[in-house]
Design a protein around this ligand. Sequence first.
Ligand code: SME
Length: 162
Amino acid sequence: MSTVPTLDEVKQELANLDAAVTAPTVFMKEVVSLLHTRMTKYNWVGFYMIEQQPSGEPVLVLGPFQGAMTPHTRIPLNQGICGAAASTGKTVIVDDVSKDSRYLACSVETKSEIVVPIFVKGKVVGELDIDSHFAAAFKDEDRDLVEFCAKLVGKHLDTLST
Ligand code: SME
């Protein structure tokens, strides 16, 4: 498919995946692939999931992703845009990463970023992180789409914990 899809079409494709895929890890890989392929301004798409370190401190660990390899495979919750989203439980959108002192660089081409927390039973368990080579790439409808994805992933992960 080479045409640029509407956000509603992408949402429908996500809903189809939601109904078809049962294993959460497979679902997460498919979400990454769909967003990276279909949303042309989403140049790096990946998950970070919270794990407990032996010290008891939580850390964000890189999960399924597509795009350039990142040096940030483990991010403490007090670092980066990623840490900010996980520790506050709130979506973070940065229109110009060069102006945000929290930003941890993955690629010199990245201009803007969105990070959306994923909840299971009211607790943040990870997040969906997307970088764009375009400044201010993430508008209200992108926020809506990425939050929709994060909710679906949370629902799939919740089936593991019951
Ligand atoms: N930019 C993120 C780090 C992850 S890479 O973008 C993949 C941050 O500031 O937390």
